[in-house]
Design a protein around this ligand. Structure first.
Ligand code: ZN
Ligand code: ZN
Length: 337
């Protein structure tokens, strides 16, 4: 494949400033890397936290974006698991060392030397990107590139949260009905779970969206569900949802915080945690999470609702996400205008 010299990319030059469209050199793959022609890249709440300066110390200047779908355009000399033209997906976890105590016990998501796509290394808000071949996923033919992009974070990290919520969680609450929840609802319904969707109080639009996807109940996060939950996953970055979710789960119930950033959790009576309820966070993902999700998603099959923007409109996508104006997932499509 003929690769040009330069590409368009949306750059974060300084936190708390809009991204800028720049012409930059196309990176060349190192021996362990693949060069990817990016077709679509999802816009995730984490991108918003990086741009807004809530996640500190990003690489600067930075090309954000960690839900990348494209085709391999060049391979590094040591790459054996990809060939030119392969359809590929790149997630948030860009690298784990394999040597630290976390990697050695199978927790590469907690690696002490981890790199993250679109945060500590450049991501997919660009026409091309490079990625470590060992941390990239083969994507089967399936839904379109824009529809597949949100699988790479909302799907994968959402799935990790879902797995940690437990196999026995028949009544599952989802707080914050955005990209991750709308994907997970489909997986959960497919696996015969009962989904209770919690949105911002009064957000009847998202509540209707949740019901259409098969949620048995949808209401405001200030409401109690009609039945006690076995587990709840919080995707909204709102700490006060932790005591709210604890109130909604029964004895032994788990509340999983699925986001990378959350506002402070207010103090709450011990009574809410009593009877073996637990609260835990989920950080990043392992390659196993990715493999499992990418296997199950086509069986469901997961249909992602996307709002598509051209690359140069990345700031509009971020603003719409910040303002809660995205139904489903926001995606940059490099072919869109
Ligand atoms: Zn993400
Ligand atoms: Zn490690």
């Amino acid at each position: 494949m003929q690769v040009p010299e330069t590409m368009g990319a949306m750059l974060l030059e300084k936190p708390k400033q809009p991204l800028r469209l720049r012409k930059v050199p196309i990176p060349r793959p190192k021996p362990n890397q693949i060069l990817i022609r990016v077709h679509a890249c999802g816009v995730c709440r984490t991108d918003l936290h990086i741009v807004d300066g809530e996640l500190t110390d990003p690489k600067l200047p930075l090309i954000p974006g960690h839900e990348i779908v494209g085709n391999v355009a060049q391979i590094g000399e040591k790459v054996e698991n990809f060939r030119n033209g392969d359809r590929v997906g790149v997630p948030w976890l860009a690298f784990a060392c394999g040597d630290c105590r976390y990697c050695k016990r199978g927790q590469e998501n907690l690696c002490e030397n981890a790199q993250f796509t679109g945060y500590t290394v450049n991501g997919g808000f660009a026409e091309y990107t490079v990625a470590d071949a060992a941390f990239s996923f083969h994507l089967a033919a399936g839904p379109g590139d824009a529809e597949t992009a949100p699988w790479l974070c909302a799907g994968l990290i959402g799935y990790r949260s879902y797995r940690i919520a437990g196999k026995d969680a028949r009544n599952l609450g989802l707080y914050g009905f955005g990209a991750a929840a709308h994907i997970l609802t489909q997986v959960a319904v497919y696996q015969k779970r009962r989904v209770y969707a919690f949105t911002k109080p009064g957000d009847v639009k998202d509540q209707g969206f949740a019901r259409r996807l098969g949620a048995v109940w949808a209401g405001g996060s200030d409401e109690q569900p009609p039945e006690q939950l076995d587990a709840a996953i919080i995707f909204a970055p709102v700490g006060s949802l932790v005591p709210a979710a604890l109130r909604a789960v029964g004895k032994g119930g788990t509340v999983v915080c699925g986001g990378i950033h959350m506002s402070d959790i207010p103090s709450f009576p011990y009574q809410l945690l009593w009877e073996e309820r637990s609260v835990r966070s989920v950080a990043n993902l392992t390659r196993r999470d990715g493999e499992e999700f990418l296997e199950i998603a086509p069986q469901v099959p997961v249909k992602t609702q996307v709002q598509v923007y051209s690359l140069d409109r990345a700031n509009d996508a971020l603003c719409d996400l910040r303002d809660g104006k995205v139904e489903g997932a926001a995606v940059l499509s490099m072919g869109a205008s």
